[in-house]
Design a binder for this molecule. Structure first.
Ligand code: ADP
Ligand code: MG
Length: 294
């Protein structure tokens, strides 16, 4: 039977917005020596700032923003939320896409007003056989030099726009990192689908290692690499692109706000709401709960 101390710890966690799916999850969480953390939406704010728009192929910035916002309407991705918030703030006339599909770790595909659009990173373009023309590449370079996270907007097979985002680490991030170290976590690594420059900026400010341009498969590989190394691995993530890594980790911790249920299903511990601090609370409660029964 489940020791009373564990039941108490699970109840205690639940009152703090943390769902621990059983004693084994708590056990693994209490022993974690490696913690891998997703960047966008986990270590950084759930809504990054859209800081710039480029329009190409004769479009205006408003046209580009409006089309992207409609395509991103069903998406819970932080970049999607930022695009939609910017379009709403500008009072643009929005609707729902006729078709919508997530390409995890890359972007989204949609049909908007009969037009085929895609929004995503450079790899997403490459997968669709697209190489951005020179003027787009130059604009991308300028944004990358400024440390922006990028998303390209494609209609048919023409790049018609580009977005630059900036996201700061959450205010709670340094304390969460310090707290995890104090609990005995030896390896802290940020794993992100974003490119090196924005990844490095966040990782350096937090004093942790990072792995950039990580596909969902690369995030999974990183979990397994640490496991082969004898580490007990916790993975913390928020998105569909984190689901396989969450499932493979010794303990998967999902930060879940509305719309990201896939990661909640793949996880062992679910932190509700937009609270990174609850990840540390979960680790502390697990440690305490397990110590009590030993
Ligand atoms: P992270 O691993 O940091 O959470 P993701 O894997 O979710 O980042 O995304 C990696 C990159 O893919 C983003 O930096 C962005 O360029 C692109 N991308 C992913 N999803 C979207 C989306 N919904 N809209 C625009 N771009 C996206
Ligand atoms: Mg993410």
């Amino acid at each position: 039977s489940t020791p009373l101390a564990l039941i108490a710890a699970v109840g205690n966690a639940a009152r703090r917005g943390i769902v621990i799916k059983g004693g084994a999850s708590m056990e693994a969480c209490s022993r974690a020596t490696t913690v891998l953390l997703d960047k966008t939406g986990t270590l950084t704010a759930s809504t990054p700032e859209l800081v710039g728009i480029d329009a190409f192929a004769g479009r205006t910035e408003d046209e580009v923003l409006r089309l992207a916002a409609i395509a991103e309407t069903p998406s819970s991705h932080p970049l999607a939320r930022a695009v939609c918030a910017a379009a709403t703030a500008k009072g643009l006339d929005l609707s729902e896409p006729e078709y919508f599909e997530v390409a995890g770790g890359h972007g989204v595909l949609a049909v908007v007003e009969g037009r085929q659009v895609a929004i995503g990173n450079e790899r997403f373009l490459a997968l669709r056989g697209l190489t951005p023309p020179e003027h787009v590449r130059q604009a991308a370079e300028r944004r990358e030099d400024a440390g922006h996270t990028l998303a390209y907007l494609v209609e048919g097979d023409t790049v018609i726009g580009m977005f630059g985002f900036l996201a700061q680490p959450r205010e709670s991030a340094p304390a969460v990192i310090a707290g995890l170290r104090k609990l005995g976590v030896r390896h802290l690594v940020m794993v992100t689908g974003d490119r090196s420059k924005p990844a490095e900026a966040v990782a350096r400010r937090l004093g942790i290692e990072y792995l950039a341009q990580a596909t969902p498969q690369a995030k999974l590989d990183e979990v397994q690499r640490h496991q082969r190394d004898g580490q007990v691995v916790a993975m913390v993530g928020d998105g569909i692109n984190d689901a396989t890594a969450l499932a493979a980790a010794d303990v998967g911790i999902a930060m879940v706000s509305a719309g990201a249920e896939v990661s909640a299903m793949a996880a062992d511990i679910v932190v509700h709401g937009d609270h990174l601090g609850r990840v540390l609370t979960a680790a502390r409660l697990a440690r305490r709960g397990i110590r009590t029964i030993k």
